[in-house]
Design a protein around this ligand. Structure first.
Ligand SMILES: [Zn+2]
Length: 447
């Protein structure tokens, strides 16, 4: 992963400190020494080793002649706010302000060495949360202006761009973007004991069974179709919203690893699952193949961390494969694969990661974008999970009375077949016999 965005509620922040290492320590060393939950590279420095343009740490001004750029000031941490007044607070960091008082800065002020497209890091505030951003050089590189626009689009109320390029590196709850450079100063954030509460913990239903659903990625993630019409993170959130009520209707409680607009790290997602002690963990993704264009790889596949196939995680994956197959979803040749992905390796519960199709395949993408197809995928997912939990699937109230009504994803085609006299409009969920097929082919004038 080459971009990480995280939001830390200020109410759960214990303290924020600037750790000055004068370019002598790596990210790993700082993380190990401080045991901070979040570490992000800080501001820039001059060739003589002094920080610039403005750095105040623990009451001491470390940079040269003070001027008045907008930056972040705080004493302990939860009081962090954007201001140009550096005298009042014990700590102050300023580099390049991108958003101030909810407004994107028209012409961000920066030197030539900071310009161009490169890895970026930023600190900001959004809602009641501290917002942290880090990307590396490469696909997720940005100019100061595109970074500003991205953060404004994500609803950041204020933002300061920190040092970029080879300095841009972070450890957000164990999730890292690394670089070899030893930067001058680091922003370290510690959480209160107990840390962040998983979302919706208070509302957790008193169900016999609980499932943790993990919608992959989050706002700002670039994964998507080559033509830009499909974004993986939007799909994963939408799917979670479809699967959750289906499970709840079966009396299964659901915990989500994220909210609509946050972007927790993979380790945070595993932690949320582990705290809620679910019966299983299901991560929602779509796949990619190739160098950025369309490719022929297609179909659904499911990952678990490892064999043997008798392990609960593989039983879960097999149940899911069975229900997808029964629903007529196109599968990969070997639909179950093993990979030590973080969310699979760090979760205590039996865990599976579903790649519902390839967003680099034109046909798969057309299906993935279709709301009715998503309903079908969601129902198959919920059914597979219930199969694994030993929960007998109860048809929705009314569904029994509507035996001649097909599922919503098939309704349109069913109606057409009826209208044209290809099918008689009964038993939408029954299998078709060879003789019935012959009759249908005859009606279509195909034989
Ligand atoms: Zn993904």
């Amino acid at each position: 992963m080459s971009k990480l965005i995280t939001y830390v509620p200020l109410s759960s922040v214990e303290r924020i400190e600037l750790r000055v290492t004068n370019c002598r320590k790596t990210l790993s060393q700082v993380k190990a020494e401080t045991k901070a939950h979040y570490v992000l590279n800080g501001g820039m420095w001059n060739p003589d080793g002094t920080p610039c343009p403005l750095l105040k740490v623990g009451g001491a001004m470390l940079s040269g002649t003070p001027w008045r750029p907008m930056g972040y000031a705080w004493d302990k941490g939860p009081d962090i706010h954007m201001t140009s007044e550096y005298e009042g607070a014990a700590n102050f960091i300023a580099v390049t302000a991108l958003i101030s008082s909810g407004e994107p800065v028209d012409k961000p002020s920066y030197g030539s060495a900071q310009g161009g497209k490169r890895g970026r890091s930023a600190i900001g505030l959004r809602g009641g949360s501290l917002a942290l951003y880090c990307s590396s050089d490469g696909a997720d590189a940005a100019t100061p202006e595109t970074l500003r626009d991205e953060l404004a689009g994500l609803g950041w109320a204020s933002a300061v761009m920190l040092d970029g390029g080879g300095s841009s590196q972070c450890d957000f709850g164990g999730e890292r973007i690394t670089a070899s450079r030893k930067v001058h100063n680091w922003i370290c954030v510690w959480l209160k004991q107990g840390g962040q509460k998983p979302p919706e913990q208070e509302d957790k239903p008193m169900s016999k069974h609980t499932v943790c659903l993990d919608p992959g990625h989050g706002p700002g993630n670039v994964n998507g179709s080559p033509d830009g019409t499909y974004k993986e993170w939007e799909f994963t959130w939408d799917m979670a919203q479809r699967i959750k009520p289906l499970l709840e209707a079966q009396g299964v409680g659901v915990v989500l690893t994220k909210t609509a607009d946050n972007y927790p790290s993979l380790t945070e997602r595993a932690n949320i699952s582990n705290k809620s002690k679910p019966d299983c963990f299901v991560s929602i993704h779509t796949n990619a193949y190739g160098e950025g264009g369309w490719s022929s790889a297609s179909g659904l596949e499911i990952y678990t961390s490892a064999g043997p196939m008798t392990a609960q995680r593989n039983v879960l994956a097999s149940e899911l494969v069975n229900t997808f197959h029964a629903a007529g979803v196109s599968l990969r040749n070997e639909p179950i694969k093993h990979e030590m992905y973080t969310v699979l390796a760090k979760t205590d519960a039996p865990a599976a990661l579903i790649e519902y199709g390839f967003h680099t395949n034109k046909m798969d993408t057309e299906y993935l974008k279709d709301s009715k197809y998503r309903d079908k995928l969601a129902e198959a997912t919920a059914k597979g999970i219930c199969e694994f939990l030993g929960v007998a699937w109860q048809a929705e109230p009314g569904e029994d009375n509507a035996k001649d009504t097909p599922d919503s994803w098939a309704a349109e085609a069913w109606q057409k077949a009826k209208d044209k006299g290809v099918l008689d409009g009964t038993r939408p969920r029954d299998n078709m016999t060879r003789q019935e097929l012959a009759v249908v082919l005859d009606r279509l004038n195909l034989i």
